[in-house]
Design a protein around this ligand. Sequence first.
Ligand SMILES: *[C@@H]1O[C@H](CO)[C@@H](O)[C@H](O)[C@H]1NC(C)=O
Ligand SMILES: *[C@@H]1O[C@H](CO)[C@@H](O)[C@H](O)[C@H]1NC(C)=O
Length: 427
Amino acid sequence: MLDRRNTLLLSVPLVLVLVVSGFAFVVELDDTFMETRGADDVWLIKFYAPWCTFCKQLDPVWHQIGSELRSLGSLINVGKSDTTKSTGLAKDFRVMNYPAILMLKKDVKYNYPGPRTKEGIMDFANRVAGPLVRSLSSVQLFQHAMQRHNVMIVYVGATSPLKGNFSSVANELIVHTFFFSASRDVLPKTVSLPSLPAVVVFKDGTYFTFNEELDGDLKSWINRERFPNYFKIDSYTLYSMGESGKLVLVVLVEEKGQCEESLRFKGLVEKVAADYREIYSRHFHFGFMEGSDYINGYVMGQVTLPFIIALNLSNDGYFLPLGAMETERHLLDFLNGILDGTIQGQGGNCAYQRMSRLIYDIRVTLTLVFIQAPLLGCLLVSIPLTMVAMFCYLCCKHRPTQSDDDDSVAMFAPSLPRRKQTNKKSD
Ligand SMILES: *[C@@H]1O[C@H](CO)[C@@H](O)[C@H](O)[C@H]1NC(C)=O
Ligand SMILES: *[C@@H]1O[C@H](CO)[C@@H](O)[C@H](O)[C@H]1NC(C)=O
């Protein structure tokens, strides 16, 4: 009797501790959220589904983010929402895949486009929660920012219509990069600007000024210029580079222990990117990727490392060098061949290519599952078959009715960034 009461008494504080220390950092949100939240609150929200394993993998990270932001005294609230229960909220945020990570600031929603790591998500949250355009009011602040960011987009000058355009671009692209403003006297003396106001990007040890006549609209220019000339690319960045309209020349190398050949390839591409920037940077981004998984899916085959490939992300196409890649001359010939059309593009996004890609992806996934867990593999094969059979049965029973809403939540979207959905552009 006494024992039982003791355990009961002990377990009450234990539960309290759990609630206070653990779950309170992350608030479970439901469909009432949009009405009950404070108008000025900033929220970082993970949308998940109970059956999604990528979501489960993110749980500990999410908890760490919640507790870290809390202990830093951040104003950012961290929440999560079960999309199978709170369907209204998921629809409101146009959740298309799991886990989806979004930020809500005032009434604007920002979609997190990066890798699912604590660092990546925290950087994003702090960037979006802060001012849209950060003012660098002194030489020291400017220098400090220059050291921290390898690409810096800066508005220089007083308030003007251009500043209005700059802020509205910032509002869209803050999910990717920072936006700054500064007065002329804060910039290094060596920087010469044709006129004020100006938008300048500082990168690769130099700077470029936006010119509306030559560069087109500000947003596309920033989308093209917000990447360093040569850098390490991950699949998320690659996906977002598609918007720039440039081709991407990548060297694929091993994730660990890069061999001499890999280092040579990287050096070659980095050198050509820098030495011939004037000629090629209008058409190409340059960089390297560690690991070949993403590109294997892209070319539907197994590539051997190191590997050089140029990607046209606007049509899922790619170009491969015709011969050896030993010298600078070989690489220049490759680049010129792509631009003048003598090197044939491969891949693409026609119906046939898309179907082969889908089959390839399914085959790779199933092979992996069968190797790691044969039983699960059998289940995975039999479940869709059963579902198809049931679906056919139901279809025969009821004529389907027209859905009245076309932006409903997609339940089976992949959680990694995929190649551009081409039907988006077909209109
Ligand atoms: C601002 O953007 C609009 C189009 O979006 C453009 O017509 C206008 O010239 C821009 N203004 C400045 C000062 O850049
Ligand atoms: C890349 O794809 C786009 C869209 O299909 C196309 O217009 C462009 O010509 C392609 N670029 C090259 C170099 O093939």
